[in-house]
Design a protein around this ligand. Structure first.
Ligand code: HBI
Ligand code: FE
Length: 321
């Protein structure tokens, strides 16, 4: 697979490809943007908040206003509660201040990182309730388009839900599962769970479907698309189904999986041995991103008119960040 440039501020690199390598990302052919030279062995750096420029703070404010407005309509209530608790302001947030809120809420804290880090380090942080947040912010011409997660995606997209006790426990369990998955040949399947839940998950609420995945929440276009558009399938979450399904990294998703509640996620994933699932499916080809199986709990069957592969579709989808 060739390196792809992805459409949103989601986690839009092919993580598996980058992170399966034994070496640090900085030595990989895909040039990562962050400065890894000052990172310690865990890839942690200083946030150096004072170094953000007035232009960067202004860009943060622009991104924040646009997304906050959309998320009031389309975001899950737990996300809104987290955003309020964090009192995200009109400037790039200080990780130390946000960590105080998180520690009090769920025992999580933020660690600053230069960008994407190898998945074993990423899992180790999560297992300790440390959430890695990239320090750099996109430039103004990238407001709608970015090829790696930046501080807006990582912070605005991921951190609010870490205030939710159930989701917070799930994320720690995910990190712990990551350690085991490499020995059990399950990394690819575990990454699909991350993708379809943590990055692109929807949840049912009394007022309809709402978005909680960070890749959605940091993308203006996908925030509306995932809820309103007739194109994608929306299918009830089922752990094995999700773990078997390939995903798109360079276009809007063809399928979103819908959680009944975060309790469901927790019940499915916490304290569960994934090894039998890995064994059953790891050597089989993945399901197509637009598959519908007879066993699926279909919430809405999409027209699949927008979803497609490659850059043309990304253009059609409007390249949003
Ligand atoms: N590194 N900084 C950072 N952020 C991520 O979301 C991330 C990562 N490294 C690996 C990784 N995600 C993936 O392996 C996920 O599938 C878990
Ligand atoms: Fe992400």
């Amino acid at each position: 697979m060739k390196p792809r440039v992805c459409r949103c501020s989601a986690a839009p690199m092919d993580y598996h490809r980058v992170m399966r390598l034994p070496s640090a990302p900085a030595t990989h052919a895909v040039k990562l943007r962050g400065d890894y030279s000052a990172a310690n062995a865990d890839y942690v750096v200083e946030q150096a908040w004072g170094d953000y420029t007035p232009l960067e703070h202004a860009l943060w404010e622009r991104l924040l206003k646009r997304q906050f407005h959309l998320i009031e309509t389309y975001g899950a209530p737990q996300v809104l509660a987290g955003l309020r608790a964090l009192r995200i302001a009109n400037h790039v947030p200080r990780f130390d201040e946000a960590s105080k809120v998180l520690r009090a809420a769920t025992g999580w804290e933020i660690v600053a990182v230069p960008g994407l880090i190898p998945e074993q380090n990423f899992f180790a942080h999560l297992a300790r309730r440390h959430f890695p947040v990239t320090v750099w912010l996109r430039t103004p011409d990238e407001i709608d388009y970015l090829s790696e997660p930046d501080v807006f995606h990582d912070f605005f997209g991921h951190v609010p839900l870490l205030c939710d006790p159930i989701f917070a426990d799930f994320m720690q369990a995910y990190g712990a599962a990551g350690h085991k998955a490499s020995a059990e040949g399950g990394l690819k399947m575990l990454a699909r769970l991350y993708w379809y839940c943590v990055e692109f998950g929807l949840i049912k609420t009394d007022s309809g479907l709402r978005a909680y995945g960070a890749g959605i929440l940091s993308s203006a276009g996908e925030t509306v698309f995932c809820i309103e558009d007739p194109s994608p399938h929306r299918i009830g979450f089922e752990l094995e189904r999700v773990m078997r399904t390939d995903y798109l990294i360079d276009a809007y998703q063809k399928t979103y999986f819908v959680m009944d509640s975060f309790e469901q996620l927790f019940r499915n994933a916490y304290d569960r041995d994934f090894a039998p699932i890995y064994r059953a499916y790891r050597d089989l080809p993945g399901l197509e991103p637009d598959a519908i199986l007879p066993t699926d709990k279909v919430v809405t069957r999409g027209t699949q008119r927008v979803a497609g592969s490659g850059a043309a579709n990304v253009g059609a989808a409007g390249i949003v960040g």
